[in-house]
Write a protein that binds this ligand. Structure first.
Ligand SMILES: Nc1ncnc2c1ncn2[C@@H]1O[C@H](COP(=O)(O)OP(=O)(O)OP(=O)(O)O)[C@@H](O)[C@H]1O
Ligand SMILES: [Mg+2]
Length: 295
């Protein structure tokens, strides 16, 4: 396979540059996130982002792509994901048709050379990302949902930015993608994967940043209501709930309050709209009790 010269993409110039450009792309970071995003780009290391649901793990990858003008290639992980869905597979139907069309007159080696070529290859996200010659963000989303064996598949991509196809050889990245893996930590990832990555633990933002996120995403939200909303969300997160409200739910709540033209988030309004932020009956009951909301 012909070797092509590597193209080097500069993702961010510094942590401050990451903060500013991610902000311009609609993503408000804390210092640790900006620094890690900068380092992941500068060191060309995959970034493993772990944290609870809805704290902006997936959105970080999308924001890096927007900030850098790169294309996002996404591998959504799930139980049962295999090589054929993650890396590549051969287009068996087309191969069969070709063999039938050739009338069976060719020798095996001729047939083999013919059907194991580019034309019959179906590329899946990992291979697509490696082969792109434009800046690419590869998002390997919810990696903890896969079976452990899939991590083995990822190792070659994560450490060498290459994929080996026995019939074709090794395909190396021309332009190394910015790789983001996300995980809810529903299981521990293997040490081998962790070793190859930079690690970022994302948690719920502090009240000030959450208010800034909500205000930036929901134009027209009154400043006082935004502060009240964030205050209630922070208090809800302090309760022992089955599912604490995420940033996505704060944003939904803000939109709800706009739709209802609420100018003051009083206890009655909190009680009435609780279903936007708490999705378990037991959590709602607990919130009503602990925050002493009217029933
Ligand atoms: N730092 C941020 N700046 C701006 N918006 C944010 C930020 N963090 C989260 N959001 C908002 O929260 C929403 C949810 O984030 P996201 O989908 O990335 O969560 P997640 O951590 O991937 O959750 P899950 O584990 O459920 O997949 C995003 O669509 C975005 O609107
Ligand atoms: Mg996600």
């Amino acid at each position: 396979m012909a070797t092509r010269l590597a193209t080097v993409t500069t993702w961010f110039d510094s942590a401050d540059d990451a903060t500013a450009r991610l902000r311009a792309a609609g993503y408000l970071t804390d210092d640790a996130t900006a620094l890690t995003a900068y380092l992941a780009g500068a060191l060309e290391k995959p970034l493993l982002v772990e944290g609870p649901a809805g704290v902006g793990k997936t959105e970080l990858a999308k924001a890096v792509a927007r900030a850098a003008g790169a294309e996002l290639v996404r591998l959504q992980c799930y139980e049962g994901l295999d090589e054929a869905r993650a890396l590549y597979e051969w287009n068996y139907k087309k191969q069969l048709l070709r063999i039938q069309a050739s009338g069976g007159g060719d020798s095996w080696s001729e047939t083999h050379d013919d059907i194991f070529t580019e034309e019959f290859l179906l590329t899946r996200p990992l291979l697509s990302a490696i082969r792109r010659d434009e800046p690419t963000v590869l998002l390997i989303d919810e990696v903890d949902k896969t079976d452990v064996e899939v991590e083995g598949l990822l190792l070659e991509v994560l450490s060498d930015f290459q994929v080996t196809i026995p019939e074709l050889g090794t395909i190396s990245a021309i332009c190394r993608p910015f790789v983001v893996l996300t995980s809810n930590a529903s299981r521990e990832l293997s040490e081998a994967v962790k070793r190859r990555c930079l690690f970022l633990h994302l948690d719920y933002p502090d009240a000030e940043r959450e208010k800034a996120i909500v205000t930036s995403q929901v134009p027209g939200l009154d400043d006082k209501v935004a502060a009240q909303l964030v205050d209630v969300v922070v208090r809800l997160r302090e309760l022992e709930l089955q599912k604490a409200p995420s940033i996505a739910e704060s944003v939904d709540w803000a939109r709800t309050l706009i739709a209802l033209q609420i100018g003051d988030l009083d206890e009655a309004t909190v009680a009435r709209t609780l279903g936007v932020v708490l999705k378990h009956a037991s959590d709602q009951q607990r919130a009503i009790k602990e925050l002493q909301l009217p029933r």
